[in-house]
Design a protein around this ligand. Structure first.
Ligand SMILES: Cc1ncc(COP(=O)(O)O)c(C=O)c1O
Length: 365
Protein backbone atom coordinates (compact mmCIF):
# COMPACT_ATOMS: atom_id res chain seq x y z
CA UNK A 1 0.00 0.00 0.00
CA UNK A 2 1.66 3.20 -1.16
CA UNK A 3 -1.17 5.75 -1.15
CA UNK A 4 -1.11 6.47 2.56
CA UNK A 5 -3.64 9.11 3.69
CA UNK A 6 -2.35 12.60 4.53
CA UNK A 7 -3.55 12.45 8.15
CA UNK A 8 -1.25 9.48 8.89
CA UNK A 9 2.05 10.70 10.39
CA UNK A 10 4.07 7.96 8.68
CA UNK A 11 7.76 8.80 8.31
CA UNK A 12 8.64 10.28 4.90
CA UNK A 13 11.19 7.56 4.06
CA UNK A 14 8.55 4.84 4.58
CA UNK A 15 5.74 6.33 2.48
CA UNK A 16 6.83 4.63 -0.73
CA UNK A 17 7.22 1.19 0.90
CA UNK A 18 4.95 -1.82 1.31
CA UNK A 19 5.37 -4.63 3.86
CA UNK A 20 8.04 -7.10 2.71
CA UNK A 21 7.12 -10.69 1.97
CA UNK A 22 6.94 -13.42 -0.60
CA UNK A 23 3.41 -14.61 -1.43
CA UNK A 24 2.10 -17.30 0.91
CA UNK A 25 -0.33 -19.33 -1.17
CA UNK A 26 -1.87 -22.58 0.06
CA UNK A 27 -2.37 -25.69 -2.11
CA UNK A 28 0.67 -25.09 -4.31
CA UNK A 29 4.16 -26.50 -4.33
CA UNK A 30 6.14 -23.98 -2.29
CA UNK A 31 9.61 -23.60 -3.72
CA UNK A 32 9.89 -19.86 -3.16
CA UNK A 33 11.38 -19.12 0.28
CA UNK A 34 14.40 -21.45 0.55
CA UNK A 35 12.97 -23.48 3.40
CA UNK A 36 14.14 -26.99 4.13
CA UNK A 37 11.47 -29.29 2.61
CA UNK A 38 11.86 -32.03 5.23
CA UNK A 39 9.73 -31.88 8.40
CA UNK A 40 11.51 -32.40 11.72
CA UNK A 41 12.03 -36.12 12.45
CA UNK A 42 9.23 -37.47 14.67
CA UNK A 43 11.60 -38.07 17.60
CA UNK A 44 12.72 -34.44 17.58
CA UNK A 45 9.11 -33.27 17.38
CA UNK A 46 8.34 -35.39 20.45
CA UNK A 47 11.30 -34.03 22.40
CA UNK A 48 10.22 -30.47 21.61
CA UNK A 49 6.67 -31.15 22.72
CA UNK A 50 7.80 -32.62 26.02
CA UNK A 51 10.26 -29.78 26.68
CA UNK A 52 7.58 -27.21 25.85
CA UNK A 53 5.27 -29.01 28.29
CA UNK A 54 7.86 -28.53 31.04
CA UNK A 55 8.38 -24.87 30.18
CA UNK A 56 4.60 -24.29 30.12
CA UNK A 57 4.58 -24.58 33.91
CA UNK A 58 6.48 -21.30 34.22
CA UNK A 59 5.02 -19.26 31.38
CA UNK A 60 3.70 -16.75 33.93
CA UNK A 61 7.32 -15.55 34.19
CA UNK A 62 9.33 -13.62 31.62
CA UNK A 63 11.89 -15.71 29.74
CA UNK A 64 15.64 -15.58 30.34
CA UNK A 65 16.30 -12.14 28.85
CA UNK A 66 19.83 -13.13 27.90
CA UNK A 67 18.98 -16.62 26.59
CA UNK A 68 22.16 -17.94 28.19
CA UNK A 69 21.51 -21.68 27.75
CA UNK A 70 20.55 -21.25 24.12
CA UNK A 71 23.57 -19.06 23.40
CA UNK A 72 25.90 -21.58 25.05
CA UNK A 73 24.50 -24.30 22.82
CA UNK A 74 24.80 -22.09 19.72
CA UNK A 75 28.43 -21.40 20.66
CA UNK A 76 29.09 -25.13 20.88
CA UNK A 77 27.37 -25.64 17.54
CA UNK A 78 29.35 -22.97 15.71
CA UNK A 79 32.59 -24.25 17.24
CA UNK A 80 31.75 -27.71 15.96
CA UNK A 81 30.87 -26.41 12.46
CA UNK A 82 33.58 -23.79 12.02
CA UNK A 83 36.37 -25.05 14.27
CA UNK A 84 36.23 -21.86 16.38
CA UNK A 85 36.43 -21.48 20.15
CA UNK A 86 33.55 -19.21 21.01
CA UNK A 87 31.51 -19.01 24.21
CA UNK A 88 28.23 -17.39 25.29
CA UNK A 89 29.74 -13.88 25.10
CA UNK A 90 30.34 -14.30 21.36
CA UNK A 91 26.73 -15.16 20.51
CA UNK A 92 23.44 -13.29 20.42
CA UNK A 93 20.15 -14.97 19.48
CA UNK A 94 16.93 -13.43 18.16
CA UNK A 95 13.70 -14.11 16.28
CA UNK A 96 15.33 -15.08 12.99
CA UNK A 97 18.47 -13.59 11.52
CA UNK A 98 16.27 -10.79 10.19
CA UNK A 99 15.93 -9.53 13.76
CA UNK A 100 19.70 -9.82 14.17
CA UNK A 101 20.13 -7.69 11.04
CA UNK A 102 17.70 -5.12 12.39
CA UNK A 103 19.54 -5.03 15.73
CA UNK A 104 22.81 -4.36 13.90
CA UNK A 105 21.26 -1.55 11.86
CA UNK A 106 19.75 0.02 14.97
CA UNK A 107 23.10 -0.07 16.77
CA UNK A 108 25.49 0.82 13.96
CA UNK A 109 23.39 2.44 11.21
CA UNK A 110 20.91 5.33 11.26
CA UNK A 111 20.79 8.90 9.97
CA UNK A 112 24.08 10.27 8.56
CA UNK A 113 25.39 6.73 8.19
CA UNK A 114 25.88 4.48 5.18
CA UNK A 115 25.55 0.76 4.59
CA UNK A 116 27.14 -0.86 1.53
CA UNK A 117 26.15 -4.22 0.10
CA UNK A 118 27.03 -6.04 -3.12
CA UNK A 119 23.90 -6.52 -5.20
CA UNK A 120 21.92 -8.40 -6.32
CA UNK A 121 21.72 -9.82 -2.84
CA UNK A 122 19.28 -10.28 0.03
CA UNK A 123 16.74 -7.50 -0.42
CA UNK A 124 16.02 -7.22 3.31
CA UNK A 125 19.43 -5.54 3.85
CA UNK A 126 18.46 -2.38 1.90
CA UNK A 127 14.94 -2.60 3.30
CA UNK A 128 16.11 -2.40 6.92
CA UNK A 129 18.59 0.31 5.91
CA UNK A 130 15.65 2.34 4.66
CA UNK A 131 13.52 1.66 7.72
CA UNK A 132 16.33 2.74 10.05
CA UNK A 133 17.15 5.85 7.99
CA UNK A 134 20.56 4.48 6.94
CA UNK A 135 21.72 5.44 3.43
CA UNK A 136 22.02 2.29 1.32
CA UNK A 137 24.76 2.02 -1.29
CA UNK A 138 24.44 -0.73 -3.86
CA UNK A 139 27.90 -2.06 -4.68
CA UNK A 140 28.07 -4.28 -7.72
CA UNK A 141 28.86 -7.92 -8.38
CA UNK A 142 30.40 -9.28 -11.59
CA UNK A 143 28.24 -10.62 -14.43
CA UNK A 144 28.50 -14.10 -12.89
CA UNK A 145 27.45 -12.59 -9.51
CA UNK A 146 30.87 -13.10 -7.90
CA UNK A 147 32.33 -10.26 -5.83
CA UNK A 148 35.45 -8.69 -7.32
CA UNK A 149 37.33 -8.20 -4.06
CA UNK A 150 39.65 -5.51 -5.43
CA UNK A 151 36.82 -3.35 -6.77
CA UNK A 152 34.75 -4.03 -3.67
CA UNK A 153 37.59 -3.02 -1.34
CA UNK A 154 38.05 0.20 -3.32
CA UNK A 155 34.38 0.96 -3.00
CA UNK A 156 34.54 0.45 0.76
CA UNK A 157 37.51 2.85 0.98
CA UNK A 158 35.70 5.44 -1.21
CA UNK A 159 32.31 5.32 0.45
CA UNK A 160 33.43 4.89 4.07
CA UNK A 161 30.23 3.16 5.23
CA UNK A 162 29.55 2.12 8.83
CA UNK A 163 28.22 -1.24 7.71
CA UNK A 164 29.37 -3.51 4.87
CA UNK A 165 27.30 -6.57 3.89
CA UNK A 166 28.42 -9.74 2.15
CA UNK A 167 25.90 -12.54 1.73
CA UNK A 168 27.61 -15.87 1.20
CA UNK A 169 26.34 -18.12 -0.22
CA UNK A 170 24.55 -15.22 -1.84
CA UNK A 171 20.80 -15.03 -2.13
CA UNK A 172 19.51 -15.04 -4.91
CA UNK A 173 22.51 -16.27 -6.94
CA UNK A 174 23.85 -19.04 -4.66
CA UNK A 175 27.40 -17.74 -5.22
CA UNK A 176 29.88 -18.34 -2.39
CA UNK A 177 32.56 -15.74 -1.66
CA UNK A 178 35.89 -17.40 -0.81
CA UNK A 179 37.23 -16.71 2.68
CA UNK A 180 40.37 -15.06 1.23
CA UNK A 181 38.20 -12.48 -0.53
CA UNK A 182 36.21 -11.87 2.64
CA UNK A 183 39.49 -11.28 4.44
CA UNK A 184 40.46 -8.61 1.88
CA UNK A 185 37.17 -6.86 2.47
CA UNK A 186 37.70 -7.16 6.22
CA UNK A 187 40.97 -5.25 5.86
CA UNK A 188 39.25 -2.49 3.86
CA UNK A 189 36.33 -2.32 6.31
CA UNK A 190 38.80 -2.07 9.20
CA UNK A 191 40.55 0.86 7.53
CA UNK A 192 37.37 2.92 7.39
CA UNK A 193 36.04 1.82 10.78
CA UNK A 194 33.16 -0.24 9.36
CA UNK A 195 31.58 -3.41 10.65
CA UNK A 196 31.74 -6.23 8.07
CA UNK A 197 28.55 -8.26 8.33
CA UNK A 198 28.76 -11.63 6.64
CA UNK A 199 25.25 -13.00 6.18
CA UNK A 200 25.75 -16.77 6.32
CA UNK A 201 22.12 -17.89 6.33
CA UNK A 202 23.00 -20.74 3.95
CA UNK A 203 26.46 -21.60 5.31
CA UNK A 204 25.67 -25.25 6.07
CA UNK A 205 25.06 -25.94 2.38
CA UNK A 206 28.49 -24.66 1.38
CA UNK A 207 31.97 -26.12 1.73
CA UNK A 208 33.56 -22.67 2.18
CA UNK A 209 35.11 -21.79 5.54
CA UNK A 210 32.85 -19.64 7.75
CA UNK A 211 33.68 -15.96 8.18
CA UNK A 212 33.28 -16.63 11.91
CA UNK A 213 36.87 -17.90 11.74
CA UNK A 214 38.02 -14.32 10.97
CA UNK A 215 36.60 -12.77 14.14
CA UNK A 216 39.66 -13.51 16.30
CA UNK A 217 41.89 -11.58 13.89
CA UNK A 218 39.30 -8.97 12.85
CA UNK A 219 36.99 -8.02 15.76
CA UNK A 220 34.90 -5.87 13.39
CA UNK A 221 33.81 -8.96 11.37
CA UNK A 222 30.51 -10.58 12.37
CA UNK A 223 28.58 -13.54 11.02
CA UNK A 224 24.78 -13.68 11.00
CA UNK A 225 23.27 -17.14 10.84
CA UNK A 226 19.92 -18.84 11.09
CA UNK A 227 18.19 -22.04 12.12
CA UNK A 228 15.56 -21.45 9.38
CA UNK A 229 17.35 -23.25 6.56
CA UNK A 230 19.70 -26.18 7.28
CA UNK A 231 18.05 -26.86 10.68
CA UNK A 232 14.58 -27.04 9.08
CA UNK A 233 13.38 -24.71 11.84
CA UNK A 234 11.93 -21.74 9.93
CA UNK A 235 8.62 -21.85 11.81
CA UNK A 236 10.25 -21.30 15.19
CA UNK A 237 12.20 -18.15 14.21
CA UNK A 238 15.73 -18.39 15.56
CA UNK A 239 18.72 -16.59 14.13
CA UNK A 240 21.98 -15.67 15.79
CA UNK A 241 24.96 -13.37 15.65
CA UNK A 242 28.52 -14.58 16.05
CA UNK A 243 30.83 -11.70 16.96
CA UNK A 244 33.45 -10.24 19.26
CA UNK A 245 31.92 -9.74 22.76
CA UNK A 246 32.18 -5.93 22.45
CA UNK A 247 30.10 -6.02 19.26
CA UNK A 248 27.51 -8.21 21.00
CA UNK A 249 27.34 -5.81 23.97
CA UNK A 250 26.90 -2.82 21.65
CA UNK A 251 24.19 -4.54 19.60
CA UNK A 252 22.31 -5.36 22.79
CA UNK A 253 21.83 -1.70 23.60
CA UNK A 254 19.08 -1.75 20.94
CA UNK A 255 17.39 -5.05 21.72
CA UNK A 256 13.91 -5.20 23.21
CA UNK A 257 13.79 -6.75 26.68
CA UNK A 258 12.53 -10.36 26.72
CA UNK A 259 12.45 -10.45 22.91
CA UNK A 260 12.93 -14.23 22.63
CA UNK A 261 10.08 -16.25 24.13
CA UNK A 262 10.64 -19.08 26.58
CA UNK A 263 8.95 -21.43 24.09
CA UNK A 264 11.32 -20.41 21.31
CA UNK A 265 14.37 -20.81 23.52
CA UNK A 266 13.24 -24.22 24.75
CA UNK A 267 12.47 -25.56 21.27
CA UNK A 268 15.73 -24.26 19.85
CA UNK A 269 17.79 -25.82 22.64
CA UNK A 270 16.29 -29.23 21.84
CA UNK A 271 16.92 -28.74 18.12
CA UNK A 272 20.58 -27.84 18.56
CA UNK A 273 21.13 -30.97 20.62
CA UNK A 274 19.81 -32.89 17.60
CA UNK A 275 21.61 -30.82 14.97
CA UNK A 276 22.99 -33.83 13.13
CA UNK A 277 19.59 -35.43 12.89
CA UNK A 278 17.91 -32.23 11.70
CA UNK A 279 20.60 -31.59 9.13
CA UNK A 280 20.57 -35.18 7.93
CA UNK A 281 18.82 -34.17 4.70
CA UNK A 282 21.53 -31.75 3.55
CA UNK A 283 23.47 -34.27 1.43
CA UNK A 284 20.28 -35.37 -0.26
CA UNK A 285 19.40 -31.74 -0.99
CA UNK A 286 22.84 -31.09 -2.48
CA UNK A 287 22.43 -34.11 -4.78
CA UNK A 288 18.94 -32.92 -5.71
CA UNK A 289 20.34 -29.47 -6.46
CA UNK A 290 22.62 -31.03 -9.07
CA UNK A 291 19.73 -33.10 -10.49
CA UNK A 292 17.65 -29.94 -10.82
CA UNK A 293 20.51 -28.12 -12.55
CA UNK A 294 21.01 -30.91 -15.07
CA UNK A 295 17.24 -31.24 -15.58
CA UNK A 296 17.09 -27.53 -16.45
CA UNK A 297 20.10 -27.91 -18.77
CA UNK A 298 18.27 -30.57 -20.79
CA UNK A 299 15.60 -27.93 -21.53
CA UNK A 300 18.27 -25.56 -22.80
CA UNK A 301 17.89 -23.47 -19.60
CA UNK A 302 20.84 -22.68 -17.38
CA UNK A 303 21.23 -22.71 -13.60
CA UNK A 304 24.05 -20.76 -11.99
CA UNK A 305 26.49 -22.74 -9.85
CA UNK A 306 24.99 -22.67 -6.36
CA UNK A 307 26.46 -23.31 -2.91
CA UNK A 308 23.03 -23.02 -1.29
CA UNK A 309 19.69 -24.86 -1.26
CA UNK A 310 18.31 -22.99 -4.25
CA UNK A 311 19.14 -22.28 -7.88
CA UNK A 312 18.92 -19.10 -9.92
CA UNK A 313 18.13 -20.05 -13.49
CA UNK A 314 17.71 -18.37 -16.87
CA UNK A 315 17.07 -19.36 -20.49
CA UNK A 316 13.24 -19.36 -20.56
CA UNK A 317 11.68 -17.49 -23.45
CA UNK A 318 9.09 -15.29 -21.64
CA UNK A 319 9.72 -12.52 -19.16
CA UNK A 320 10.49 -13.46 -15.57
CA UNK A 321 7.05 -12.27 -14.43
CA UNK A 322 5.18 -14.18 -17.16
CA UNK A 323 7.20 -17.36 -16.62
CA UNK A 324 6.72 -17.13 -12.85
CA UNK A 325 2.97 -16.91 -13.50
CA UNK A 326 3.09 -19.92 -15.84
CA UNK A 327 4.69 -21.96 -13.04
CA UNK A 328 2.06 -20.75 -10.57
CA UNK A 329 -0.78 -21.54 -12.98
CA UNK A 330 0.51 -25.12 -12.90
CA UNK A 331 0.66 -25.16 -9.09
CA UNK A 332 4.37 -24.44 -8.57
CA UNK A 333 5.32 -21.32 -6.60
CA UNK A 334 8.90 -20.16 -7.26
CA UNK A 335 10.47 -16.71 -6.81
CA UNK A 336 10.72 -13.78 -9.15
CA UNK A 337 13.61 -11.94 -7.49
CA UNK A 338 13.33 -8.85 -9.67
CA UNK A 339 16.22 -9.78 -11.98
CA UNK A 340 14.90 -9.80 -15.54
CA UNK A 341 15.70 -13.08 -17.30
CA UNK A 342 16.14 -15.03 -14.06
CA UNK A 343 13.95 -16.95 -11.62
CA UNK A 344 14.87 -18.70 -8.38
CA UNK A 345 13.74 -22.14 -7.25
CA UNK A 346 14.29 -23.72 -3.84
CA UNK A 347 15.50 -27.32 -3.82
CA UNK A 348 12.60 -29.43 -2.56
CA UNK A 349 12.07 -33.12 -1.90
CA UNK A 350 12.88 -35.47 -4.83
CA UNK A 351 9.16 -35.66 -5.70
CA UNK A 352 8.76 -31.87 -5.57
CA UNK A 353 11.81 -31.35 -7.77
CA UNK A 354 10.47 -33.85 -10.26
CA UNK A 355 7.16 -32.00 -10.36
CA UNK A 356 9.00 -28.70 -10.86
CA UNK A 357 11.01 -30.16 -13.78
CA UNK A 358 7.89 -31.62 -15.39
CA UNK A 359 6.22 -28.21 -15.25
CA UNK A 360 9.38 -26.52 -16.54
CA UNK A 361 9.36 -28.92 -19.48
CA UNK A 362 5.72 -28.03 -20.27
CA UNK A 363 6.58 -24.34 -20.16
CA UNK A 364 9.68 -24.79 -22.34
CA UNK A 365 7.75 -26.57 -25.12
C1 LIG B 1 20.51 -14.25 2.97
C2 LIG B 1 19.43 -14.36 4.01
N1 LIG B 1 19.65 -13.83 5.22
C3 LIG B 1 18.74 -13.89 6.18
C4 LIG B 1 17.53 -14.51 5.97
C5 LIG B 1 16.52 -14.46 7.07
O1 LIG B 1 16.31 -15.66 7.66
P1 LIG B 1 15.59 -15.82 9.06
O2 LIG B 1 15.08 -14.48 9.48
O3 LIG B 1 14.52 -16.81 8.81
O4 LIG B 1 16.66 -16.30 9.98
C6 LIG B 1 17.24 -15.08 4.73
C7 LIG B 1 15.93 -15.74 4.48
O5 LIG B 1 15.58 -16.12 3.43
C8 LIG B 1 18.22 -15.00 3.72
O6 LIG B 1 18.01 -15.49 2.49
Amino acid sequence: MNNWPDWLPLRENLRSLSPYGAPQIGEVLQLNTNENPFPLPAEVQEKIVSRVQEVAASLNRYPDRDAVRLRAKLAQYINYRAGTQFSVENIWAANGSNEILQTLFLAFGGAQRKALGFTPSYSVHPLIANVTGTTWIAGLREDDFAINSKAAAEQILDEKPSLVFITTPNNPSGTATPILDIEKLAVAAGEVGALLIVDEAYAEFSAEESAATLIVKFPHVVSTRTMSKAFAFAGVRVGYLVAHPIVIDAALVTRLPYHLSALTQAAAEVAIDDADLLQGGIDLLLGERENLASGLATLGWRALDSSANFLLFSGFSGTSAATWQEFLNRGVLIRDVGLEGYLRVTVGTPAENQRFLTVAQEIAQ
